[in-house]
Ligand binder design. Structure first.
Ligand SMILES: O=C(O)[C@@H](O)C(=O)CO
Ligand SMILES: [Mg+2]
Length: 255
């Protein structure tokens, strides 16, 4: 399998351009990140150009972390802020050639939140389409993000149907699905047409993929058998320096 280093967690002890270079040196095929906004896009672009890696995706800003907020797009009454965050993410994505923006929903519930999320996602998709950018939504597990609006893949697919835009896709994070829903390989196969990106980490501790409840060599082989060839996002917490945690890569790359 091809692999993408999620620099929100891997090498997050160094500036993003240095993390991109570290990912290239370690043999990753691509990178992805969470919130790159403190780093000028030109510096990220230089590192991507130097290494030949593509930034697959980035997230919209979460909002006010002191509240805390975890995204704005499902917050009724916050449409102006949500759309500013979407515009900012799309502009940054365009500047660095990133292919996707994960629009974060936020802590919310109920019909008004659903309506706000659908409307803001339609806006995001319509702004992103001329740029060739995919919009992603990602269910987060209720243990790590209690109160987050988007929890299950069924909920995500329902929203994707309602928004009804070809560039809206599901970010299938095997870690979150493993913690909330289980049945990971069956769900991957069933949802394949709606999936825009796949991420992984051990369940339940979000560490390296060579331990835990999910057998990742089996999961990766199942993903390969589905014909998926986009780099898979390694989004695990290394718990210290990243390089010593990469022992799982060689086997994954052989699949
Ligand atoms: O799984 C995650 O936490 C990330 O993919 C993300 O984008 C939200 O923080
Ligand atoms: Mg994820």
């Amino acid at each position: 399998m091809k692999l993408s280093a999620n620099l929100g967690f891997l090498w997050n002890d160094r500036p993003l351009p240095d993390a991109i270079r570290a990912a290239a040196a370690a043999g990753f095929d691509a990178v992805e990140c969470h919130w790159p906004y403190d780093v000028p896009a030109s510096e990220v672009k230089s590192a991507l150009d130097d290494t030949g890696l593509r930034m697959l995706g980035l997230n919209t800003r979460r909002g006010d972390l002191s509240v805390p907020e975890n995204g704005l797009s499902a917050l009724p009454g916050r449409e102006t802020d949500a759309r500013a965050a979407i515009d900012e993410a799309l502009s940054y994505a365009q500047a660095i050639g990133a292919g996707a923006v994960h629009v974060m929903a936020g802590f919310a519930s109920g019909a008004d939140a659903h309506a706000a999320f659908v409307a803001n996602l339609a806006y995001a998709c319509d702004q992103a389409a001329p740029l060739g950018v995919t919009i992603l939504i990602e269910p987060l597990n209720r243990h790590d993000a209690p109160g987050y609006f988007l929890v299950t893949t069924d909920q995500a697919v329902d929203i994707i149907r309602r928004v009804d835009r070809p560039n809206l896709k599901l970010m299938f994070d095997c870690y979150h699905v493993g913690r909330t829903e289980g049945d990971v390989t069956t769900r991957l196969a069933a949802l394949l047409g709606d999936i825009g990106h796949i991420q992984f980490a051990s369940v339940p501790d979000r560490g390296t993929p060579d331990h835990g409840e999910l057998n990742y060599p089996t999961v990766f082989a199942a993903i390969k058998a589905l014909g998926w060839d986009v780099p898979l996002g390694a989004e695990y917490k290394p718990g210290g320096p990243t390089d010593p945690t990469l022992g799982w890569m060689a086997e994954a790359q052989k699949i």
